[in-house]
Design a protein around this ligand. Structure first.
Ligand code: PMP
Ligand code: GLN
Length: 379
């Protein structure tokens, strides 16, 4: 066969998690918790199964779950998403992203992506025949240079992909970013794909600025969300997409042939579990404590900490003590010191290497402590 994605390697998450398993390293590479979700939640799934919720759910998602999702968006962002026309339950954030891009990108449409970028965006755009217009952001702050974005935008621009809180850098959009974005998309035929899977993981009392907060942006945005992050259940692969009806209608045309529907018992459980607002309201504090402890630990190593305002990733620079390539250093640290990380060059199409590694801190305190102990031996 002629490869449709000739230059796309196996994802760095697969590669580094496999290496961690092979060499027995503490796995701070791929982003997932090493602790279990709330027992009440698994009980709800079990109960749903026992009660016979074991057949296809509605193509768009269970009504009770769509209702709970719409209510959450209303509580948090004051947005009126109609559960019947504007909300679809997906097989994780990944499927929401894939389906949203597939639904609107035509051959030769241009899509603006900010790098470092989560690895799922660009291949999907390319599969649809779209053209990726990547803009590289620079550490340590990774601010979006909006003047340059304005120069990149043309009649061919069909989509801008945003991700806040950001994986891997932990940056978040601020009011100025939103103002600039509103100016840029105004009177243009540009759709926003907003990857908000870390929406609840924003620290230091800051607010997550969802596209749902701003009517001018909401009306042209797909928002991707993930229950994997919200419930500490990345293996369940369940999430959702929010969009105005005219976009969601196109999204669902693809969704129905992509997965048709998402597993039923977990939807029943999620709908019930979401009734308790503290489930999502308590998440920022929970992860902020982990961030603070981990940063404290890392400050005793030779790594230099980059800022982390959100997400469950902490990036560090090592240029002060090594000029090894980041992918080589990540492998060496996994093998020699027993801690797996992600080399941030993997998030750039051109493999740009700023000598930065990403660690996931969605881990038990003892795991993070042990990792820090090992990282202290470097350099
Ligand atoms: N977007 C980003 C930025 C992510 O980090 C992830 C994490 N896995 C996803 C999307 C995908 O979410 P899910 O695991 O629910 O498919
Ligand atoms: N989003 C997770 C991360 O950034 C990994 C998801 C995946 O393995 N595809 O680590």
């Amino acid at each position: 066969v002629v490869s449709k994605l000739p230059k796309t390697p196996t994802t760095i998450f697969t590669v580094m998690s496999a290496l961690a398993a092979e060499v027995g390293a503490i796995n701070l590479s791929q982003g997932f918790p090493d602790y279990d979700c709330a027992p009440e939640l698994t009980e709800l799934v079990y109960k749903a199964m026992k009660e016979g919720h074991n057949q296809y759910a509605q193509m768009t998602g269970l009504p009770a779950l769509r209702e709970a999702i719409a209510a959450k968006a209303n509580t948090l962002y004051g947005a009126d998403y109609d559960q019947n026309t504007d909300v679809t339950v997906t097989a994780g954030g990944t499927q929401a992203l894939f389906t949203a891009i597939s639904a609107v990108i035509q051959p030769n449409d241009e899509v603006i992506i900010f790098e470092p970028a989560y690895d799922a965006y660009a291949p999907t755009v390319k599969l649809m025949g779209g053209v990726v217009r990547a803009m590289e952001l620079t550490p340590p702050d990774y601010r979006i240079p909006w003047d340059m974005v304005k120069k990149l935008v043309s009649v061919k621009t069909r989509m801008i992909i945003l991700n806040s809180p950001h994986n891997p850098t932990g940056t978040i959009l601020d009011e100025n970013d939103i103002k600039e974005l509103i100016t840029i998309v105004k009177n243009r035929d540009i759709i926003i794909l907003s990857d908000e899977v870390y929406e609840h993981l924003v620290f230091d009392g800051k607010q997550h600025l969802s596209m749902a907060l701003y009517p001018e942006l909401r009306e042209r945005s797909f928002i991707a969300a993930s229950f994997g992050k919200l419930f500490h259940t990345t293996g369940w692969k369940i999430g959702y997409c929010l969009a105005p009806a005219y976009l969601m209608q196109e999204f669902r045309k693809i969704h129905q042939f992509n997965v048709f529907s998402v597993n039923t018992p977990m939807q029943v459980a999620a709908a019930e579990y979401l009734k308790d607002e503290s489930v999502y309201l308590g998440l920022a504090d929970f992860f902020q404590r982990k961030r603070d402890n981990f940063r404290e630990g890392l400050s005793q190593t030779r790594f230099e900490l980059l800022p982390c305002h959100g997400s469950y990733f902490q990036s560090v620079s090592y240029s002060n003590f090594s000029d090894e390539k980041d992918n080589e250093l990540a492998v060496r640290i996994a093998k020699e010191f027993g801690v797996a990380s992600i080399p941030v060059s993997a998030f750039y199409n051109k493999g740009t290497d700023h000598h930065i590694l990403r660690f996931c801190f969605a881990k038990k305190q003892e795991t993070l402590d042990k990792a820090v102990e090992r990282l202290m031996k470097i350099g």
